[in-house]
Each structure stands twice: as C-alpha cells, then as structure tokens.
Write a protein that binds this ligand. Structure first.
Ligand code: HEC
Length: 238
C-alpha cells in the first residue's frame, strides 16, 4: 500500500510541480551509462550526501557494487554508512517521522526519481538552489519553488542569488560566495550524480546495453547464413 502511494506520488509530482509557477528552462545533461567512473562518483556522492535523508529502498548495496564494478570490500569500506551488511537495502539514515518533524515532509525515496522527473530536471534542480531568507531552511530553488530540502552541497557550489524580472520570472543566478568547487567541476559532479540516479531508476539498462551488442552481432552472423541459404534455394529456380 505504502509503495503504491509512493509510486503514485512520484508519478503525480511533476504535474503538480509544473502547475505551480512558470516552468524554468532545464539545462541538458549528457547521460552515459557506459561511463563507469562517472557512475561510481555519482554513487559516492549519493551515499555520502543524500542517503542521510532519502532512501533508495529498492536497491541493495551489493547489487549496486556489482553493477558499477565496485568490489564488496570497497563497498564495505567506503559506501556502507547507513547499513550493516552489503546485502542490505539502501534505507535512509533519518527515520521518516523525524524527517517529517524537521522538514514538514518526508524526503521521497529516490530509487525511481529519474524516471518521474527526468535527468535534465534533476541536473538543473541540483544546480538551482539559491539563498532565500524568507524560506524556513534559508534556501529556495528555481526548479522546485519553496522546496523543503536545504542545499546540502552548498559548500561545493557556494552560495548564489537568483535574479527575477519584474513579472517574477527567473532571469539568472549571481554568485554571492564561491564554493570549494569551480562551476565547471560542480556541474561535472552533478552530471555524475544524475548519471547515477538514471542507473538507479533502471539498473537492468546496463545489462541490456551489454546484451544488445551480442544480439546485434548474432543477427549479423545470422544474416550471412540466411543470405547463403537463400542463394542455395534459388539456385535451381533460375
Ligand atoms: C537534510 C535532508 C536532505 C538531504 C541530505 C537531501 N535531501 Fe533531497 N529532499 C529533502 C526533502 C525534505 C525533500 C522534499 C522537499 C519538498 O517536498 O518540499 C527533498 C526533495 C528532493 C527531490 C525532489 C523530489 C521530488 O519531489 O520530485 C530531489 C530530486 C532530491 N531531494 C534529491 C536529493 C539529492 C540528489 C540529494 C543528495 C545530494 C539530497 N536530495 C539530499 C531533504 C534532503
């Protein structure tokens, strides 16, 4: 039941979000599930900075390790903060009731967020936090206005101010305080994180890509034989 509600909420949320306020132009992100380094970096960021509040409760640590080419030892040493065993599901550290008390909403499970929001939305969202003294957390977001999530990566990105025109339409960001990363490096890190979220939404995609190459090769070989067979059959007809 809980799962149904969650899925329903995930499916409905884009419609609700776009109903509120003018939609912001989304930046394009290049997704490459063949880029293992990028996926590994995305996994590292996700486990370190997102799992404290969000879960990815349909994924197990060891499955992720296997898919992304990370050994069980490395998973245990570097990625297992929120669980005891590599076979555990990726649950959030913060209990849902506590999160509700602090943020007013329970941070949604992120397993299939890339499928409901889309990669470009996620990539833009993670780069669109700005200071807003009127908001409870001190942060706001142009892609998700009045979001209850604080900018958890602000030390990396720094602090930016949003400039709106007189109709309240978003124009641009201005840097108020630079972070520890350059804009280029922060964008690259957010691309890795988005890449990882896309993998998380459909882990079988990696396997399908690998399998796909062999299927095409098989079909090509079959083509040669089919052609030879055809020639053989028609030999007597001509
Ligand atoms: C301090 C707790 C906290 C952390 C850490 C955190 N989030 Fe969130 N996040 C929230 C809350 C609370 C919401 C719900 C916001 C709302 O509905 O207003 C949210 C919402 C989101 C959403 C929007 C979901 C939707 O409704 O479509 C995304 C995407 C997201 N978070 C991604 C991330 C990622 C990626 C990270 C790691 C870099 C992260 N969050 C870290 C608290 C957190």
């Amino acid at each position: 039941m809980k799962r149904t509600i969650l899925l329903l909420a995930l499916v409905l949320s884009p419609a609700l979000a776009s109903a509120a306020g003018a939609p912001v132009k989304l930046d394009q992100v290049k997704i490459d599930l063949g880029d293992q380094k990028s996926l590994q970096n995305g996994a590292r960021i996700f486990v370190n900075y997102c799992l404290s509040c969000h879960s990815a409760a349909y994924m197990r640590y060891n499955r992720m390790g296997k898919d992304l080419g990370i050994s069980e030892e490395l998973v245990k040493e570097n990625l297992l903060f929120a669980a005891d065993k590599v076979g555990d599901l990726m649950k959030a550290v913060m209990p849902a009731e506590d999160a509700k008390a602090v943020f007013g909403v329970v941070p949604p499970d992120l397993t299939v967020i890339s499928r409901s929001r889309g990669p470009n939305w996620l990539y833009t969202y993670m780069r669109a936090f700005y200071r807003d003294d009127k908001s409870y957390s001190g942060w706001n977001n142009t892609v998700f206005p009045h979001v209850a999530m604080p900018h958890v990566l602000y030390e990396w990105q720094g602090q930016q101010r949003a400039v709106f025109d007189k109709d309240g339409k978003f124009e641009k960001f201005e840097v108020e305080r630079p972070g520890s990363m350059s804009t280029k490096d922060y964008d690259a890190a957010m691309r890795d994180l988005t890449n990882f979220l896309v993998y998380l939404g459909e882990p079988a995609k990696l396997e399908r890509y690998r399998l796909g190459v062999w299927v095409i090769l098989f079909l090509l070989v079959l083509l040669v034989f089919a052609y030879l067979l055809k020639k053989e059959y028609w030999k007597d007809v001509h």
